[in-house]
Design a protein around this ligand. Structure first.
Ligand SMILES: [Zn+2]
Length: 134
């Protein structure tokens, strides 16, 4: 489950609204902490840490898919993750995140993106769409 899904199901809390306004450039620990606060506020149980990490990863994919975050900014945040099951949408998304196009592209304005960046960004967006389940 991701924050967007909690919102869509009619849940509301200050942390959830805070999450909705984030750019997608937050570090994983920050996002996971916010998700934890939102769950506390909603009176829902917090997941185990491995599960919380998966929520945060999914949240990022949902943001990318919704256009609320861009591939370069997401990769530049340098998320660190444990391993996820091979062949899953999550693993594909994380693999693309760990292998950004290059440092030049990540700091480059969108109107100067070379082909290599577009190929990588398309791969990341496709993986995000799969993981977001849409
Ligand atoms: Zn590049």
């Amino acid at each position: 489950m991701a924050a967007a899904e909690l919102s869509a199901s009619g849940e509301d809390s200050p942390a959830l609204r805070d999450l909705a306004g984030r750019s997608g450039r937050e570090r994983e620990a920050e996002l996971a902490a916010l998700l934890g606060r939102a769950l506390d506020e909603l009176g829902l149980p917090r997941p185990e840490s491995a599960e919380a990490e998966r929520w945060a990863v999914r949240e990022l994919a949902v943001r990318l898919h919704a256009g609320a975050a861009d591939p370069a900014g997401t990769a530049a945040a340098r998320w660190e993750h444990g391993n996820s099951a091979e062949g899953t949408a999550e693993e594909r998304f994380l693999a693309a995140l760990r292998r950004p196009c290059c440092g030049d592209c990540l700091g480059r304005p969108a109107d100067r993106e070379p082909e290599s960046y577009r190929v990588w960004a398309a791969e990341l967006r496709a993986a995000a769409a799969l993981l977001a389940g849409r």
